[in-house]
Design a protein around this ligand. Sequence first.
Ligand SMILES: [Zn+2]
Length: 120
Amino acid sequence: MNKHKRCSTFLPLLLCLLLLIGCAGKPSVEGVETVSAEEIREMIREARESALAEESRLAAAEETKEISSADKVYWTDSGQVWHTDPACASLKRAQNIRTGSVTEAEHAGKSRICSYCEGK
Ligand SMILES: [Zn+2]
């Protein structure tokens, strides 16, 4: 759920790509192109694809790690969602805060996580 963590895996790759493009853009002194523009495009495409694959793999891993069905969550009788953070702003006005597992929250009619808590 940590956006910074995901960025940090993607950004260095992006910087490498920019560097690669920058080098390729320079005219060769000997007039010999060792890497064609087409090859660079292909390399960029592959790097981008593997970065995206890595990112989604991390995202999936984080999701299962951060919210397991056994984790304690919070919800209110009137709300439509459950919360992972007891200090969530939308819980502050609540009269009766229930706690339990995600499964219990779902049984109580809360079908999804609060968008504020999800973004944390
Ligand atoms: Zn919340």
